[in-house]
Design a protein around this ligand. Sequence first.
Ligand code: PBG
Length: 327
Amino acid sequence: MLIRNRRLRTGEAIRSLVRETAITPNDFLVPLFVVEGKNLKQEIASMPNYYRYSLDLLEKEVKELWRLGLKSVLLFVKVPNKLKDNAGTEALNPDGLMQRAVKTVKNAVPEMLVMTDVALDPYSSFGHDGIVADGKILNDDSAAVLAEMSLSHAKAGADFVAPSDMMDGRIFEMRTLLEDEGFHDTGIMSYSAKFASAFYGPFRDALDSAPVDAKDIPKDKKTYQMDPANRDEAIKETLMDIQEGADIVMVKPGLCYLDIVRDIKNAVNVPVAVYQVSGEYAMIKAAAEKGWLEHDAVVLEQLTAIKRAGATLIASYFAKDAVKLIS
Ligand code: PBG
């Protein structure tokens, strides 16, 4: 035998010397859930050890993230029911929870990169990412509101807006409005290949944002999010978003879609984000709780696999765990 592959695996020193992929704190974007109130740190039932924070505690949390070397956050807000409607009115409130959350983070840690979620679902009385009429999610009207929402976030101080809605043409609408209004440096991270996945359940618990069960209201998001069976379409969506002005593109969810991540990584020359979503988090937590999987090892293995597949950055609820494990 001339070639013995095991020579490169005889001990940790040689293994680490030839290791191709390493995760570092620089890889992570930390999703954060924000809620109205004071002194609130509410655990999300389907996401053990993950919380919604009121603004005062959000401030403490982002300081801790910064200390750990985590330099980017992605903000989501839980909107009280009484502020929800079918037009995204509250989403444009200059003094809304998101707008205040951006300022809170920037005040606490000015160097922290702040990205904001842009979609109507947390604000929608129907739990949809756009405006609903006649049993449909209106594309162009929704895109126009989403562009206004992006502008509002930019005015509040967001560094990047992150549209997670999947309306057609919304990146163009957003980029154009941001440019017209002088926000040349506000970036766009587009959820470009976002699949209609069953892994978003715990997130919808966290924000109370699931589509409502009512007559003439679509019960799922399949008319705008992509069919999990499709690959060519993921590339097409992504290339279009780049043409429309996206600075960073995204594949979401992570683990089930790593083939798409690699294809997109090979097809584009912009950073590729991967979102390891709430259901992926919940699965690991549940199995670990039962003693069926080794939590830390599985977390690191999955994150490494996401990066190996081609992720430039990873939005993950495990970001804090991961940096503690690798430090
Ligand atoms: C909605 C949005 C969702 C997520 C991010 N933004 C859920 C959905 O599309 O219903 C999911 C994130 C996760 O599951 O962690 N615009």
